[in-house]
Design a protein around this ligand. Sequence first.
Ligand code: EPU
Length: 474
Amino acid sequence: MDVIRVTGGARLAGDVAAVGAKNSALKLMAATLLAPGRSVIGNVPLITDIAVMAEVLRRLGCQVEMAGDRVAVTAPEQPGTDAAYDLVRQLRASICVLGPLLARCGYARVAHPGGDAIGSRGLDLHVAGLTRMGAEVTGEHGYVIASAPGGLRGASIWLDFPSVGATENLLMAAVLARGVTEIDNAAREPEIVDLCAMLTGMGARISGAGSSRLEVAGVPTLRPVQHACVGDRIVAGTWAFGAAMTRGDVTVTGVDPRFIEIALDKLVLAGCLVETGVQSLRVRMDRRPDAVDVVTLPFPGFATDLLPMAIALAAVSDGSSLVTENIFDGRFMFINEMARLGAQIQTDGHHAVVRGRERLSSAPVRATDIRAGAGLVMAALCTDGVTEISGVHHIDRGYPDVVPDLRRLGATVERAVVPDAPAISLAPLRPAGPAGPGGLAGPGGLAGPGGLAGPGGAAGPGGAAGPGGAAPGQ
Ligand code: EPU
């Protein structure tokens, strides 16, 4: 298994470029389905999610070429309509092919992506909006099946919550619907604005991009387009917090700093000097950060994807911070890993109180999702030793060059392959007979000494649940 080994104590200093935003690029790729012909998207990050989305599109009949940071998608006259579970489970964002397919083909069958490590992730708002536009949407055998044989029609839609994914799906459905669609309480994230810009370049008629009320006048057809993806504000924010935590001096280029205005404001409150340019930001810190409170909210609020970075900052700040998560119910899962680094955090529902320490304590930890992984990497920089972070594939999904970037900024960090924890077999413990001595409950059996729960057994010290066994951190 791959791990990232970070030696604590470095001060991050220098320049780093933010890649294109994955959460924009994936939706832009889905949007290419809306127009037959060859669309080209630039500034795309080189990450697995993009490759998975390329495969989703290929299976729908598109030709996809990837070269450097450019992805060219040639969408067919008649796309396929089925996005299967084997791909969708690898990439939740595949659900965003639902709107374009329904708009183009009048039918789509897309696997339900389910929840994930940051919590339950519903689709009710996607379904309710598409239903308002005249689609019939059902769920069967783990798939969302949507049909609108006579085409979609414009509708007035009010979202109960400004969901990013629902806004995107409804937008991509509305651009080819008959008549005008209004989406109220729409998400305002920069990635939505980027999608609106690309759709407009394809001939869509959209007003209100970046506001909470989008108006879309449907058109009969769209044309392919060339479009460059917006810079990744979450990657930029991650570096900004890294600079603050390590008393560093980091300039991030390739991103509009207004996309993370509130996060930068928090860093100023923590004691940082922040300078912004048109597509750049510089964060300088020369002392231990002051504790600041953070509340996540839909854009323009403090981004939930930066919550792990806020918690990592709070863990080394002077004082106590109250951190409130309002978007995902499972975001705090990674706090258990922060606790392994000695962070002092107590949670109550969607609130966490973090008492800062001067320095964290190195330990093996595991990334459970992309942003948790990034938070752990930044926290590891503030430990007293070498921290090994596993679950690196999560980090790769959002930060393609994290190790070389960290090195360039002065950190001592390496990527290594370590042996997987040995699989623990039950075979030696299997009883010879059904239930006698040495059987299921007897001495030497599953529950006896030397068995599953006994010392030296799978659950004892050295066993599956004990120190050195497979269970900790799994
Ligand atoms: N929700 C519903 N019903 C719906 C849709 C959403 O209850 O029909 C709930 C979700 O369960 C969640 C909340 O609304 O609790 C927010 O969901 P939203 O739809 O806004 O998020 P998303 O589209 O699933 C995108 C990003 C996330 C980012 C969120 C919020 C992509 C691929 N993902 O998710 O990014 O955290 O918006 O900004 O664009 C990440 O990059 O690490 C990541 C998780």
